[in-house]
Design a protein. Sequence first.
Length: 130
Amino acid sequence: MTNTAMQIANLMKNNGKNAADMTHAVKILGEGSMQRGFARIGEYFSAEVADAAAKSLMSGRIQGGIVGILGTAAVGGLAWWLTRERKAKAAHEAEGRTILRTMETTRAPFADTEEQEDPDGTNPDNIIDA
């Protein structure tokens, strides 16, 4: 409701005027007919209600659209984040399995011999002969 409509409603409800003053104002609005005066006031408030409903509907549609867009973005963002996390976890797990498999299946070329020398010719395991 507009400010003017609120002022009219407040004036009609609690103005402190007597009935003769109010009926005279309605008669003036109806150009000599109180019935037309009340019809004019009713039409004004009907248009005011229709305008308010249209504004509310438009506002509701805008709010609904914004909520829909934000909701879609939130769900899409969550799905993207979960997918990224799953891929990162899967890649990490695959790297771990590769390391484990390599460590389990790989043997040094001279692992079967009793006495081993380091490739640089020193004693094995850094044992010092005295």
